[in-house]
Design a protein around this ligand. Structure first.
Ligand SMILES: [Zn+2]
Length: 433
């Protein structure tokens, strides 16, 4: 009776194991290797599948990628595969070592489903990495009952492969952007390709210094850099200097998005300063909750907000005068001729310099200093819209929020390349996701 039961259970397990191996042979088959048997572990949480080398197939040296005579075999290792119906799945394989004449050394073999150092199979890494682009890394780890560190490993593998295999090709236009990623003035430098047909993140620098940004030109190489026709950046001096030196042939444009952002920042400083001054002097808090009213484009205000704004504009406040200067500046972008745009810019700067509002005067001085680069926007016939860089900047912010488990530079670097780099992916035997 007991014997019959055991036979039945055994047959049952073998039957299911066979089906699983049939599926694996369909979607995850490699020449030179065979799936041998599948079974549950004693705790019934995992399925283990043995892999063996096919008879008379030579092992491949992992250093020179050539077949080589066998030397010995290492203890069995577990490679984690994509989980199935709530079970962990492991491939069990004893790696062989080869005595490679070409390399003149005993080297561990290369296996097509994994790499020597990682415990996850390539298929599982690609699977996790694809999910990590849609979900946060933490959510990905939870969904597949794995750890955040394994998701990190997976993304690192896929991004490293992608960076090694990407094709730069001809790059016509780039946008350079600083990106604040932590408190205390921690900035990255991001360089995007902003061609009409393709926008992608090309490069990340750890700081926004000259030394850091120089790394971009070195990484891309003279050939790629010399063909760049347009460069779009903000007014950060190290960027301006290196662009001048490395892309002397390109038309350098100061990005509209950054100029508007700087003016808004100045206006906000004026408002904050005046609000606290009025509070100190015991005046009515007319500026209270006016922040978004003032920073928004007036065309985007609702009816009620419009009335509130009109109310506010009756006061003779520095904030109001700064606001009117900001709104007047918008007209600049409507010009098509660089000459007329230049005349407008000069007049705006002249008025602003007489405003006796220091943060706005600072903007005017900076605009005067970079007059030619601003007018290049019109010389480029507005071909490069500021929306591109702004859009990428926003995407980068979303990515930062999604990837963060630990606020380290490496994590952010990987996450940004992964979601904005449009990198090629390692080949796979099957689309598991
Ligand atoms: Zn070798």
């Amino acid at each position: 009776m007991v014997a019959r039961f055991i036979v039945e259970v055994f047959t049952d397990i073998c039957f299911r194991a066979m089906e699983l191996i049939t599926i694996l042979n369909r979607c995850h088959h490699f020449r030179g290797f065979v799936y041998h048997g599948a079974r549950f572990t004693s705790d019934h949480k995992s399925i283990e599948i043995s892999v063996r080398p096919r008879k008379r197939s030579a092992a491949i040296c992992s250093r020179c990628h050539q077949p080589a005579p066998g030397y010995d075999q290492l203890p069995e290792r577990r490679f984690e595969f994509i989980p199935l119906w709530g079970f962990f799945v492991f491939l069990l394989y004893a790696m062989r070592r080869v005595d490679c004449r070409h390399c003149g050394a005993v080297v561990v073999e290369e296996v097509p489903w994994g790499d020597g150092k990682r415990t996850l199979t390539r298929a599982y890494m690609l699977f996790l990495a694809r999910w990590a682009r849609r979900l946060s890394w933490k959510e990905t780890a939870e969904a597949f009952r794995t750890s955040w560190e394994k998701v990190f490993d997976a993304v690192e593998h896929v991004v490293t492969w992608g960076l090694e295999h990407r094709i730069l090709g001809q790059i016509d236009a780039i946008g350079v952007d600083e990106f604040q990623y932590a408190k205390g003035h921690k900035y990255l430098t991001l360089v995007y390709q902003i061609d009409i047909g393709i926008t992608r993140l090309l490069w990340i620098g750890k700081e926004r210094t000259i030394e850091s940004f120089q790394g971009f030109f070195t990484a891309m190489g003279k050939d790629v850099i010399s063909k760049i026709a347009f460069v779009c950046s903000d007014m950060w001096e190290p960027y301006l200097k290196l662009i001048r030196e490395n892309c002397s042939e390109a038309l350098h444009i100061l990005d509209r998005f950054h100029i508007v952002a700087n003016i808004n920042k100045a206006l906000d400083n004026v408002r904050a300063e005046e609000t606290s001054r009025m509070k100190r002097e015991g005046l009515a808090p007319v500026l209270k909750k006016s922040r978004w009213l003032l920073l928004r484009h007036s065309e985007n205000l609702g009816v009620e907000q419009h009335f509130r704004l009109r109310d506010l504009l009756r006061y003779n406040l520095k904030t109001v005068r700064a606001y009117l200067l900001k709104e007047a500046f918008q007209q600049l972008w409507e010009y098509t001729s660089p000459a007329w745009a230049g005349k407008f810019l000069d007049e705006w700067c002249r008025q602003t310099m007489r405003s006796r509002i220091e943060p706005m005067k600072k903007i005017a001085r900076s605009l005067r200093k970079h007059r030619e680069l601003i007018l290049n926007y019109f010389r480029a016939q507005k071909l490069l819209s500021s929306g591109v860089v702004e859009g990428l900047n926003n995407k980068a912010k979303v990515t930062m929020r999604k990837s963060y488990g630990f606020r380290t530079y490496r994590v952010l670097e990987l996450a940004l390349y992964h979601s904005l780099g449009k990198l090629p992916e390692p080949e796979s035997t099957h689309d598991f996701f």
